[in-house]
Design a protein around this ligand. Structure first.
Ligand code: NAD
Length: 473
């Protein structure tokens, strides 16, 4: 825990577990109510000075943090793999992606432009300035334990806000390593604070109720986001909510089904399917079902499941037992209603996998709308394949969800791709592109996938207030 520039260790602790081996890999302090109070008071006190710093100064500190992150890339990636489970190569990619936000927002800090507006009165001038919102409470998930931190902290700090970070209880070690970087980069005491906690509810409640916290930024499940949003609304807080997803992927008849299967096999099983933008419903035209399934299944059969630190591992464990149960329940439900397991479909616990949370990468064919997996976010390594007949049908099926985060389209026809882009009610659409994310691009969802955007110019707006000056001259 890091409050007001001090690392606090003399507290009760809770353990952190490696999901690939079941081993305890560390322990972190469990914060108390008075720690929450101290962090809010410290962030509030630090804001008074931090808001007055120049954008150029804040950019310099962010730039230093970026340098430190790049220098420690391997160390951070190895820690991430031990704490969260993803293969080392994926961890290295995530550290790079996370660092990109520091560099992007170091530059963006200098482009927080105001403007002037002509008045109807000749003796009046209007000037609009953008100012930092104030103290930010940031709650992050475990699935991207480094990049979800920089995606929030980089724009908040660039805007001139101070931050209290509460990371997921499964991945506090990555958060600690990131806060060490902010400390070494020279952010003054109180500007970045870290609360590690085994029961997140009291921290969330304090962020929503305490008038000194002006903004809540949350990434996690829709269920928790909805609760926090309701509480924050009662206290008129600014919020950003990056919530769940249930991404459709549509393979149109003019696409190459083999190429589409290659791309979707890659993106579906990234992070063991534990991504909010993971394709969760794969719609394939009935004429192309066979070549698509053959390619997808053969790729999935070749995926090597194991400890992310071992050479050659293509897919790591799920985060915990609860995740295994959720995935298996969805698979069993689908099978009981007529789906066919084309690959996988069971827990793996042989040999070296015995103490970890491993589930075989799975392809389900013949998925239909009455199955739970058709409606519920899976957050696991299961690719449900659904066949369709017409463009109108598939666009309606794709939009038939409470979520609106990401969607994917495969088509070699520009007009088809454009019609799909316009018809799909999702915040992020990959068109023949399985990685439509970058620090430079706005990331966020519609409907129950949330509010606000992260990354891009939109990302810093989330941490700014608009202030009008009317001058009589
Ligand atoms: P979760 O909602 O259980 O937890 C997310 C965070 O919220 C954690 O830090 C957790 O400690 C905290 N939390 C849980 N209950 C809380 C409470 N009552 N008060 C305050 N904080 C609380 O979600 P998860 O299972 O850790 O993460 C997976 C979810 O996150 C998925 O639904 C996924 O789609 C979503 N997600 C969304 C994005 C996005 O950008 N839209 C990115 C990553 C993950």
């Amino acid at each position: 825990m890091y409050i007001n520039g001090q690392w606090l260790t003399d507290r009760a602790v809770f353990p952190v577990t490696n999901p690939a081996t079941g081993e305890t890999i560390g322990e972190v302090p469990d914060c108390t109510d008075s720690d929450i109070e101290a962090a809010i008071a410290g962030a509030e006190a630090a804001f008074a000075e931090w808001r007055k710093t120049t954008a150029y100064h804040r950019a310099q500190l962010l730039y230093r943090a970026w340098e430190l992150m790049i220098r420690r890339k391997r160390e951070l990636a190895e820690l991430m793999t031990r704490e969260q489970g993803k293969p080392l190569k994926a961890s290295l990619n995530e550290v790079q992606y996370g660092a990109d936000f520091l560099l992007w927002f170091a530059e963006e800090a200098k482009r927080v432009y105001g403007h002037s507006i002509p008045s109807a009165r000749d003796n009046q001038r209007f000037m609009v300035q953008k100012v930092p919102v104030g103290v930010v409470g940031a709650i992050t998930p475990w699935n991207y334990p480094v990049s979800m931190i920089t995606r929030k902290l980089a724009p908040a700090l660039a805007a001139g806000c101070t931050v209290i970070l509460k990371p997921a209880e499964s991945t506090p070690l990555c958060a600690r390593a990131m806060v060490e970087i902010f400390e070494e980069a020279g952010f003054p005491p109180g500007v970045v604070n870290l609360l590690t906690v085994s029961d997140p509810a009291p921290v969330g409640e304090a962020f929503c109720r305490d008038p000194r916290v002006r903004k809540l930024t949350f990434t996690g499940s829709t269920a928790v986001g909805r609760q926090l949003n309701a509480l924050a609304a009662a206290n008129m807080k600014r919020v950003s909510m990056e919530l769940g997803g249930h991404a459709p992927a549509i393979v149109f008849p003019d696409a190459d089904p083999v190429h589409a299967a290659k791309g979707l096999a890659l993106v579906k099983f990234l992070n063991t399917g534990q991504a909010c933008i993971s394709p969760n419903r794969i719609f394939v035209h009935e004429d192309q079902l066979e070549p698509f399934l053959t390619e997808l299944t053969s790729r999935v059969n070749r995926l090597v499941v194991g400890n992310g630190l071992a050479d050659g591992t293509g897919i790591g464990p799920l985060i915990n037992e609860r995740a295994i149960q959720k995935v298996d329940n969805q698979v069993q439900d689908a099978v009981s209603k007529g789906a066919r397991i084309a690959s996988g479909g069971k827990r793996l616990s042989e040999g070296e996998l015995a103490n970890g949370c491993f589930y075989a990468p799975t392809v389900l064919a013949g998925v239909t709308a009455d199955m739970r997996i058709y409606r519920e976010e899976t957050f696991g390594p299961v690719a449900p394949v659904i066949s369709y007949r017409s463009e109108d049908d598939v666009l309606a099926m794709a939009n038939d969800t409470e979520y609106g985060l990401a969607a994917y389209v495969y088509s070699n026809n520009l007009a088809t791709a454009m019609r799909a882009f316009e018809a799909l009610d999702f915040g992020i659409i990959g068109i023949n592109d399985i990685n439509p994310t970058s620090a430079a691009a706005p990331f966020g969802g519609m409907k129950n996938s949330g509010l606000g955007r992260e990354g891009a110019a939109e990302g810093i707006e989330e941490y700014l207030e608009t202030k009008l000056g009317g001058f009589a001259i």
